[in-house]
Design a protein around this ligand. Sequence first.
Ligand code: GLU
Length: 517
Amino acid sequence: MTETGKPSTDRFDLDQQIFDAFDRDRTGVVERRDVRARVEASGLKADDPRLASFWDELTSDANALDQDGFTDLCTRREGLLVRLLQDRFIIPRFDRFAADVGALFEDGRAETAGTVASYIPELARVDPENYGLGLCTVDGQRASYGDSDAVFCAQSAAKPITYARALERVGGERVHAHVGREPSGRSFNDIALNRVNKPHNPMINAGAIMCCALTDPEESVDARFDALGALWLDLAAGDLGYGAGKARYNEAVYQSEKATANRNYALAYLMMEKKAFPEGADLHAALDLYFRICALELSVDRMAIVAATLANAGVCPLTNRRVLSVETVKNVLSLMSSCGMYDFSGEFAFTIGLPAKSGVSGVLMAVVPGVLGFAVWSPRLDPLGNSVRGVAFCRRLVERYHFHMYDGLAAPVSKHDPTERRSWARGLEAYQLIQAAGLGDLVEVRRLLAHGSSVNAADYDRRTPLHLAAAEGCGEVVRYLLAHGADAQAVDRWGATAADAAEQSGHSEIAALLRGA
Ligand code: GLU
């Protein structure tokens, strides 16, 4: 037992430490508004279902929280608050990150190239200036910009989820007996099948129509739409931007799609003629489901949660519910990477390097695996059918952040990495560098510096690689570090420079070298 009479568990000590960090003036209480400000800065929103049990308590003007009240909050929801207050969310400085992303988003407003899709009047009528962005991390930290709560039609951005549902219902083997996995190299609605007369992949019209045909064919189209809609709702934590309830599709868009769909009918008949469909498939029902799902309505705010669920390997960050299997998510992201951006998919994978899917309504949903998901909406399209501002935003995002799929091969040098996971890895490398310097292991020192470790990284005593190399008399490493930007004036916790450290251990030659530096 401790002095306060509470059992001295690690848990308690942890809460105590966090409590003390808030209670700087040692008043024995913490202000609710201080805790609330931290929750808001971390990117959790008031409508987050995980906060339901304590948001009211944080916003009430009841008395400040004493140690017991605070510990009570900390123990709810599997310690959500503890993780948050310890900065253990995937993006610890979320407020700063969100502000930076906002600036990148605003930079895109000046871009007015491209034209709104006009194959149906409902899409042609949309205000081309609409511009919204929603973003959500794997810890459910969210940010919204511009028209982020406006509702639009998913169009082709629905295809990854239609594919996901087919995988979950009938399994990958059966799905891929009817749909390929290669980019088509053709336009999304081209009347073309692959060499074995199957759709090229599930991200283009023919493949999506096939996924519709494969899923619950014995049910009515209404029931099949509702089931797919329910999956969307689960992925988006229960709301697609028009409150809890059923997923809906835009009736006018659906009717127009249906009335002008000669190409999709042609594709379906071609597949029928080539015997691509499973035995007994009802082509009209499959097309009907496909048109409805193209007209599925949602906002980028909610689509970002769908993308974050994919980023989080199928577990919705806001509900902690597993919605899709890891295998399904792996398959979906793989095909989004290779086939998600129409006939720009190869270029997008090369330059931007994120699994993404766009739709002719001007939406683009993208995933940074293990970190976050986002959706941008801006209706003006380039000649390939991708949102001009959407693609431009992705480009700016990966120019600034360490988010390209292969950026992780090395530590960030010229890009920013806002994530905690990676800052941990960097911290470890810093210690390895300090250790290698002390051991005089020049090969390892060179390797770590080449990998992007900071030459002036310091340990908890503020000792740098140079301090260690100097103290251990490793002249070669000292010279190498100095030549690579090591700061000879850096002082450790006791005020000693590397030269002082060399002197103390009797390496006067190295001390002289350092003093001259
Ligand atoms: N409803 C559109 C079609 O099937 C979807 C197009 C798209 O977003 O790529 O033609």
